[in-house]
Unconditional design. Structure first.
Length: 474
């Protein structure tokens, strides 16, 4: 096995970087579902993958998983479904019935989704079946529709829907199925941070490949995926070296895979039209900073969402206009003090941002950085005065380091029409060509990317289902 990686380290959006003695995560803040499988249970991703590869990642559990701050409301999201329910019920006691119903539906959805994955039901799309009634009922539902059906309070809906930036679409557009899976991966299966940044986790996965006889080529770029006599024949690297292989798995931007590396003429016209019609996700702007401010003493945890109002739709419109009025504050050094020099704590301020030409970002990057720092200071007095380092990362930065067109951070947008079977499956209609990553089924985020890798592995080995794959790995 050969892995070709253009960057000087593995990880993609999960890579880490240094600025002096400070170590930052480029984009990933938290991962859910890392617990190893219990005896007799199938287990959940990514814990199942780590266990199968005998990886013991240095994970730090986070509790609360995150905190939401609105103008007149601050509410934590503690670990555990019951604790999560109680934290919200305590503030909104009249909404208890709707809260319970909503979380019960999320739990049922997760169970049905896992069954479809284990049985590889998604390969042919979700079909009507008495085994998956809840999944079928909500397959086209948005988060806003389900919140409105169960709850009355706008503030409670805003608190429960606060994770929408993690999926890159507002409640009115984001898939409820995907949101429910993500939420439960944190509150039911445990949210965690990886010591040493998530580069540590990427490095452990890379080491597992090498320990099994694989090779990783860093600073390597694939120029072409060779198609001969209608099937994959290998790849050509940037400097012209030809590497023959009967099977190629691409986790690059899918449009680049098809139009640049393979050539659209090698795929059916119907496939090309479908890919051309899919909507990519939005990008992000990040401030990577260090401060002498004591976040822990101020009661600030690992991840906090700050919103100017409970109207997420209005916030989305401001985001599209390039003037977001919300952001997340992440303080990873609370979980791992070794990330920063003594006397400092690291933080990131993250907001979604549309892509604009590089020339504009060269002009506006510092202004956006100062704008976010000023907004954070207004909510966390003392943060700005203690800043010892600050650097902005733009959508153009995301594009440059990952080659995702326009800095898309979740692959295709995570709307109901573009998750699960709404995304391309692992097998593209060229023999020997597979895809993985956030452009493939089921969707973006660490959970979705690992899930896509599991499905690509099953397809590569031509195994009938995932249960057989896990048996092969054990």
């Amino acid at each position: 096995m050969l892995v070709v990686e253009r960057h000087d380290r593995p990880g993609g959006y999960g890579h880490g970087f240094r600025r002096g003695r400070r170590r930052f995560d480029s984009a990933v803040h938290v991962v859910g579902g890392t617990a190893p499988p219990r005896p007799g249970e199938p287990g959940r991703l990514p814990g199942r993958v780590l266990a199968a590869l005998d990886i013991e990642a240095p994970l730090v559990e986070l509790d609360p998983c995150y905190r939401v701050v609105l103008p007149d409301l601050e509410i934590p999201a503690p670990a555990g479904v019951d604790a999560f329910l109680e934290a919200h019920r305590a503030v909104f006691p009249a909404e208890e019935k709707g809260l319970r119903a909503l979380l019960d539906e999320c739990l049922t959805l997760r169970a049905e989704t896992e069954r479809t994955a284990e049985r590889s039901a998604l390969r042919g799309g979700i079909r009507p079946s008495e085994d998956f009634p809840t999944l079928l009922r909500y397959r086209r539902a948005t988060l806003a529709q389900v919140l409105d059906a169960n709850l009355k309070s706008p503030e409670l809906k805003a608190a429960l829907g606060a994770l929408w930036p993690y999926l890159g679409l507002p409640p009115s557009r984001v898939s409820f199925l995907y949101f429910a899976t993500m939420l439960l991966s944190y509150i039911a299966d445990g949210a965690a941070y990886c010591r040493g940044t998530f580069q540590t986790l990427a490095g452990l996965l890379a080491a597992a490949i090498e320990a099994r006889g694989g090779e990783i080529l860093l600073r390597g770029t694939v120029r072409q995926i060779l198609i001969e006599e209608g099937r994959v024949a290998g790849v050509v690297l940037e400097h012209g070296q030809r590497i023959e292989a009967p099977l190629v798995v691409s986790n690059a931007d899918l449009r680049q895979t098809v139009f640049d590396l393979v050539g659209a003429d090698h795929l059916p016209a119907r496939t090309v039209r479908r890919l051309s019609a899919l909507e990519p996700s939005i990008s992000a702007f990040v401030v990577y900073g260090a401060s002498q401010f004591d976040f822990g003493a101020a009661g600030i945890g690992h991840e906090t969402f700050y919103y100017a109002s409970p109207d997420h739709e209005a916030s989305w419109q401001r985001t599209l206009a390039g003037e977001p009025d919300w952001w997340t504050l992440t303080v990873p050094s609370l979980a791992d003090p070794q990330l920063a020099p003594a006397g400092e704590q690291l933080f990131t301020l993250t907001t979604l941002m549309p892509y604009t030409p590089a020339e504009r970002w060269r002009r506006d990057k510092e202004a956006h950085t100062e704008r976010l720092l000023a907004a954070a200071e207004a909510r966390v007095p003392g943060l700005r005065d203690g800043v010892t380092f600050a650097e902005g990362g733009t959508p153009r930065t995301m594009e440059r380091y990952t080659r995702n067109d326009s800095g898309a951070i979740y692959g295709w947008a995570l709307s109901p029409e573009q998750v699960g079977p709404g995304r391309p499956a692992a097998n593209l209609p060229v023999p020997g060509l597979l895809i993985a990553g956030h452009w493939a089924q089921p969707g973006g985020g660490i959970y979705g990317v690992m899930d896509s890798g599991v499905e690509a592995a099953r397809a590569a080995l031509d195994l009938p289902d995932r249960a057989t794959l896990w048996n092969e790995l054990s």
